[in-house]
Design a protein around this ligand. Structure first.
Ligand code: SF4
Length: 430
């Protein structure tokens, strides 16, 4: 969650406020939901705090994508017993995917000090839970406060749930099938966030490029958001390889405000495992898609996700994943150990924990070496950088860029990359 802001003189928030402490586990969807939840509290005059002792309300936004994430959320709720004992009038809300999976009755039975449970499928009704606990929303608070961690980047959710059935994934079960927000709702949310100071919008969804609402396709929606005045850059995540149409490739080729960066989860480099995972594509189909996208947008940066230790993963499968790092030319990859789930005994891990650990380390090393090579290849090239400060910004390809001077916060400038250090490019504003 974002850092609490200091109230300014004359700001209605400069009077003594109540405070809310928000703990977010999991993915960007949860981050976005937590920002909406923060906004609901703000409308009631609550400040965000990072000090639980000062909190009058606590929200735990849970994740269940892996058993470990669920366990972490549960122990976090357990630890809040102490806070509730010290502040019995404080309100505790448990929301998100683990809340959906475990259910309100179960959670309240286990943790009777929890006031409200709102599952991920019903997250839009969080406001109702607030009304139950805190009374109706006052109408006097300002509507367009800056609600984002980065003053320049705002998330806009365009869909919820997922209609695919990847074998390892619990999202469709807890969030339900894909539901798309209307273009009008998406545009309003994006426009409000731009009015509040955002320069960069990130459209979010589990299979974000599968968006379809009436006649509006994903590419049509992108075009409409791109036309919003004040927007400097548009990103989206996470797309699925199955849903990129030709109209998207054409748009990517011509729209400079559409970031030259895609996070495109591949999960494995082995056709055998991709089939078992029910991903719907083969290694060569995925690579052919990358070639098409890169042909349309030269210099496109692509990052990905890998799962290591999927049940039955052989050394050969793992070698296929390792070789994919180089072949896919990924700038970065999130690498996860396969997480067996107690409710899916048929999907138990077949490799020993040290065996999975060893493969994970090898993969991480390969990703690190590859990322360095890709970063070095950018030296001598020109990057379009959206500056956050005078000396720091992010390239369209999502590389961190540092310059000695000359950046204008909130504006895009052309920067010649002159060197690389750790994970950043060094450069000179042109
Ligand atoms: S696309 Fe697959 S991994 Fe992603 S949310 Fe849907 S089922 Fe899960």
């Amino acid at each position: 969650m974002q850092k609490p802001e200091k109230p300014q003189n004359g700001d209605p928030r400069s009077r003594p406020n109540k405070a809310v402490f928000i703990i977010t586990f999991g993915c960007q969807m949860n981050e976005a939901d937590s920002e909406d939840i923060a906004a609901s509290f703000r409308r009631r005059g609550y400040m965000l705090t990072e000090d639980i002792k000062k909190a009058d309300a606590v929200v735990v936004n849970t994740c269940t994508v892996r058993q470990r994430a669920e366990d972490k959320a549960i122990s976090q709720i357990g630890r809040l017993r102490k806070w509730k004992l010290a502040k019995p009038e404080g309100k505790l809300f448990v929301v998100g995917c683990a809340a959906q999976k475990l259910g309100g009755k179960n959670l309240k039975g286990r943790f009777p000090f929890v006031d409200e449970v709102v599952g991920a499928k019903a997250i839009e009704s969080f406001e109702d839970a607030l009304v139950t606990q805190l009374g109706p929303t006052p109408e006097t608070e300002t509507a367009h406060q800056n609600l984002f961690r980065s003053p320049q980047t705002a998330y806009v959710t365009i869909m919820r749930g997922c209609s695919l059935k990847c074998s390892y994934c619990i999202v469709p079960a807890v969030r339900g099938p894909a539901v798309f927000l209307s273009p009008a709702a998406v545009l309003k949310d994006a426009a409000d966030k731009i009015a509040a100071g955002a320069k960069e919008i990130v459209l979010l969804g589990q299979t974000v490029n599968s968006y379809k609402h009436g006649q509006t396709t994903f590419s049509e929606l992108l075009k409409e958001v791109l036309a919003l005045p004040g927007l400097e850059r548009l990103r989206f995540m996470s797309p699925h390889p199955l849903y990129f149409e030709d109209d998207f490739t054409a748009l990517l080729g011509r729209e400079r405000k559409l970031a030259r960066y895609i996070h495109l989860p591949v999960q494995s480099g082995s056709d055998r495992l991709l089939k078992l995972m029910r991903r719907g594509y083969t290694r060569s189909q995925y690579l052919a898609l990358l070639s098409r996208l890169r042909a349309a947008a030269p210099g496109l940066a692509v990052s990905t996700d890998f799962i290591v230790g999927y049940p039955g993963e052989t050394e050969e499968d793992f070698q296929d994943t390792l070789s994919m790092v180089k072949e896919g030319r990924f700038t970065m990859a999130y690498c996860f150990k396969y997480s067996p789930r107690s409710d899916r005994p048929e999907m138990a891990a077949t490799l020993s924990e040290p065996g999975i650990e060893a493969r994970l380390e090898k993969l991480l090393e390969a990703v690190k070496i590859n990322s360095r090579v890709i970063l070095n290849e950018r030296i001598g090239k020109i990057e379009e950088v959206l500056f956050e400060t005078e000396t720091y910004g992010r390239a369209s390809g999502n590389f961190a860029v540092r310059v000695k001077a000359g950046g204008e916060p909130g504006k895009v400038a052309r920067v010649l990359a002159t060197g690389a250090e750790k994970n950043s490019l060094m450069g000179k504003v042109l």
